[in-house]
Design a protein around this ligand. Structure first.
Ligand code: NDP
Length: 444
């Protein structure tokens, strides 16, 4: 059996009931086969892949808090510090009822390669809780965040591990988490990113993941002789990533006709009204029915359905495995040209393969959504310098980073004989830097 296959078997055996983690590892290992098999004995002898797929540290903790009725609630907290070969652990916190150790591990594993691709000195980690902020009062969210940080604080630090937001963790949650960290540690340091602008946040961090997704998509299309202007775009999600992806796509002259949340989806043939979407989602924290109620051109549908809409470009920006093989077949039948992931692992492995076989340009999230963590790293630099850069300065660095990511993965794919396979290119390019640093640092 090849070393790559042995290690995949090892991962499944050692991490039972963690299908998302298995899926993320499978995608990466398949891409790395060409690199590993060129030097298989050396990699096997140093148990290199076993070390790569095993987190350096996994922290699991209890998070008790009191709800508005005086009832004590208990949630599970997680922080997985996956790999620090190239810098301090860096990766978001997700608060969602579906969170479990396997999901955090898949996200942490992906983060290692994504962070490497940015070209910045950041290692990979991820954390979160099965707490659901939806429907909770601000006081309940604060009580939860304070309890969560009362345990987490001892494991993180500006030079150790720097969490950020993810699903369910936006500016409000980061503020409460930061306040509690500062209160316990009595230091004012850049221990979290995605902070508010009045206490160390970076301009353009809110926009970064969505904007970055479009910068990379535009560059990829341009290199393939296609102009994004005038194209019809289908977006899923209506959170942080989706909103700013829609905004930037429109600024580039494309027309975005859908968005969704976990209960339903919008088809708006006139183009999504971003200001209204922001009002509904960022201010009122309401459902998309409110968007439809205020916009006569919009149709609201219950359940899942954005991938049935005819489009040139599809941008999945909601959650993992939201785009499956049937969706991929529908998109291809409807003439989709490109699919770029805004979310982490939103496309199933068989759907990815189907896109690639049907010559759809496909870029995986660890490359196309890396703008968020890249800008988080820029926030860390500003915090260390005790300076704030202008929006234009950050945005222009973000653009350069995303353009470089695309060229690095494109070059890696060409170099290793898989031209046009941007998934393999991203995994190989991300891996090579981490591998080099791990080898240099010995068996640690
Ligand atoms: P948000 O919490 O801001 O938004 C998530 C959006 O996805 C919401 O509209 C949510 O709807 C929707 N959603 C969640 N689950 C489902 C589902 N099962 N079906 C349909 N819609 C769903 O999160 P973000 O925008 O920050 O994150 C979105 C994705 O992007 C995640 O995969 C995240 O890991 C990834 N990402 C985020 C980065 C960031 O900087 N924020 C950086 C890189 C990646 P509802 O409100 O109903 O739950």
């Amino acid at each position: 059996m090849s070393y790559v296959d042995e290690v995949y078997k090892y991962v499944v055996e050692k991490n039972p009931a963690q299908p998302e983690f298995h899926q993320a590892v499978k995608e990466v290992l398949e891409s790395l086969r060409v690199v590993i098999e060129a030097n298989e004995d050396e990699y096997r002898k140093s148990a290199f892949l076993e070390r790569l797929v095993t987190p350096e540290r996994q922290i699991l903790f209890r998070v008790p808090w009191v709800d508005d009725k005086g009832q004590v609630q208990v949630n599970n907290g997680f922080r997985v510090q996956f790999n620090s070969a190239i810098g301090p652990y860096k990766g978001g916190l997700r608060f969602h009822p579906s969170v479990n150790l396997g999901i955090i591990k898949f996200l942490g594993f992906e983060q290692v390669f994504k962070n490497s691709l940015t070209g910045l000195p950041i290692g990979g980690g991820k954390g979160g809780s099965d707490f659901d902020p939806k429907g909770k009062s601000d006081r309940e969210v604060m009580a939860f965040c304070q309890s969560f940080m009362t345990e987490l604080y001892r494991h993180i630090g500006a030079d150790t591990d720097v969490p950020a937001g993810d699903i369910g963790v936006g500016g409000r949650e980061i503020g409460y988490l930061y306040g509690q960290y500062k209160r316990i540690k009595d230091v004012y340091e850049g221990v979290l990113t995605g902070k508010g602008l009045t206490y160390g946040g970076s301009l353009a961090r809110t926009e970064a993941t969505g904007y970055g997704l479009l910068y990379l998509t535009q560059e990829m299309l341009k290199c393939n002789g296609i102009d994004i202007k005038g194209k019809t775009v289908v977006v899923s999600g209506s959170g942080n990533v989706a909103i700013y992806a829609i905004q930037k796509a429109q600024q580039m002259g494309a027309k975005v006709v859908t968005c969704c949340d976990s209960t339903g989806w919008i088809y708006d043939p006139e183009g999504i009204d971003v200001a209204l979407l922001k009002e509904v989602k960022e201010v009122k924290r309401a459902r998309l029915t409110e968007y439809a109620a205020k916009r006569s051109s919009a149709q609201y549908h219950e359940g899942k359905g954005v991938w049935t809409v005819k489009c040139d470009i599809a941008l999945p920006c909601a959650t993992q495995n939201e785009l499956d093989l049937e969706d991929a077949k529908t998109l291809v039948k409807n003439g989709v040209i490109a699919v770029c992931e805004g979310a982490n692992m939103p496309t199933t492995l068989d759907a990815t393969k189907y896109f690639q076989e049907n010559k759809v340009f496909f870029v995986c999230g660890k490359a196309s959504n890396a703008g968020g963590v890249a800008t988080s790293a820029l926030e860390m630099s500003q915090n260390s310098e005790r300076l704030s850069w202008t929006f234009e300065e950050v945005d222009s660095k973000l653009q350069n980073i995303m353009i470089n990511i695309f060229h690095n993965l494109d070059d890696a794919a060409k170099k290793y004989g898989v031209e046009g396979n941007y998934v393999a290119g991203a995994n190989i390019a991300g891996f090579l830097k981490v591998a080099d640093a791990m080898k240099a640092q010995g068996i640690v």
